[in-house]
Design a protein around this ligand. Sequence first.
Ligand SMILES: NC(=O)C1=CN([C@@H]2O[C@H](COP(=O)(O)OP(=O)(O)OC[C@H]3O[C@@H](n4cnc5c(N)ncnc54)[C@H](O)[C@@H]3O)[C@@H](O)[C@H]2O)[C@@H](O)CC1
Ligand SMILES: [K+]
Length: 222
Amino acid sequence: MKREDVRRVDQIAIEEYGMLGLVLMENAGRGAAERIAALCHESPRGANPVCILCGPGNNGGDGYVIARHLELLGFSVHILSLVPLDRLTGDASANASIAARAGLTIQIAKSDEDLDRWIADDETVVDCLLGTGATGAPRGLYGDAVTQANKRRGLRVAIDLPTGLDCDTGAPAEVTFRADLTVTFVAEKEGFSKPAAKPWLGTVQVVGIGVPQALLNDFKVA
Ligand SMILES: NC(=O)C1=CN([C@@H]2O[C@H](COP(=O)(O)OP(=O)(O)OC[C@H]3O[C@@H](n4cnc5c(N)ncnc54)[C@H](O)[C@@H]3O)[C@@H](O)[C@H]2O)[C@@H](O)CC1
Ligand SMILES: [K+]
């Protein structure tokens, strides 16, 4: 599915079907947390604790939901946000605020040194940095975070798509998150089928976010 179409599905679910963005994000985050937990339990590299890297948009918002559900599933979780929480908006801000009030550990990384210090070598790293709203190669601290994550020995899980991968063309940026598992929402993104994308995706699992079948049919999603 093309980036534009998958974003339209979210938009139509909200604007025409009256679904709440928060509900879609909850479904996305909960589904992803369950897949991450299953992977950690079955893989010898599946470490607990889990480090969740959160970016500025709704992909970051998914990360706060994932953290809350992983804690409920018995994981020790910490969140590294690349932006101060007061810069978040909408559903991402709401979920960050819930996570903060719930006492989840949230650190704000301001430099490459922070990232180096705070991402442990053997923990599972979850990439909620950039999703379908990304344009171009990861800039600044986003590139640094991907580089640091790729150096670690633990499992890596990308949420919706690996940061740095162009989801329409499948072309990786010079710095692209190298996932063992990509949990993607609604449908596989168009670029995932391209040979260039394969080394960055790992196993791909699709998680539904609860939008009605009628809407999926309009976009020819099985
Ligand atoms: N209601 C919805 O729309 C839903 C969205 N979902 C999640 O939301 C994601 C899309 O969220 P957004 O549209 O907020 O987009 P992103 O979360 O991808 O964030 C986009 C923002 O990141 C920054 N950015 C863009 N390119 C960058 C680059 N190359 N380097 C550094 N910073 C960059 C810009 O500030 C941009 O506004 C999806 O991938 C999915 O994970 C899910 O929660 C399901 C529901
Ligand atoms: K991501």
